[in-house]
Design a protein around this ligand. Sequence first.
Ligand code: SME
Length: 162
Amino acid sequence: MAENLFIEKNLSLEEKYKTLETQLRVLLNKDENEISNLSNFTAALKETFDKISWVGFYIFDDKKLFLGPFQGKVACTSIEIGRGVCGAAAEKLETIIVPDVNSFNGHIACDTESKSEIVVPIIKDKKLWGVLDLDSTAYNSFNATDKIYLEIFCKFLSEKII
Ligand code: SME
C-alpha cells in the first residue's frame, strides 16, 4: 500500500478510529522493521487527530520506561515505573485518562503546554512491553471512545507487530 492515509475530516471520533484501524492493519505488518512500524503508527495517529500534540511509546527495559518512536516535541528519555502518568499506567497495567494534568499528582511535564493525556499499557506475552502516551494542549481531550480504540490498537500491536 502507498504510505498515505485517507481519513475524512468530518467523520465522528468513532468513525475516524474505525477508518484508521482498517488502514493501520494494512500499513503495519510484521515483515517491516519494528521501529518503522511503531514510527508510522505514531505518525498515523497524529495525522488523524488534530487534538493530539504528542504521541509516542515508552518502552520497558525491565528497569524503567525509555523513550521510543514518537511524534511531537522532544521529550524526557526515561521514566521510572510508578512515576508520572506513564509510570502509573505501567505499574497498574491500566489505561489512565487525565482530563487535567494539573490535577494528577506527579504528572511529568515534558511539554508545559500539555493539558490532558491518555496512557495505555501494552502487554506482550503477559508481561509489560511499554505504554502508548498521547498528549493534548486542550483540557478533556480524551474520553471512553479514545480508550476503547487505543486499547484495540495496542492489542493489535502486541499480537501482530511487536
Ligand atoms: N506526561 C508524561 C510524561 C511523558 S510526556 O507527556 C511525553 C507522564 O506524566 O508520564
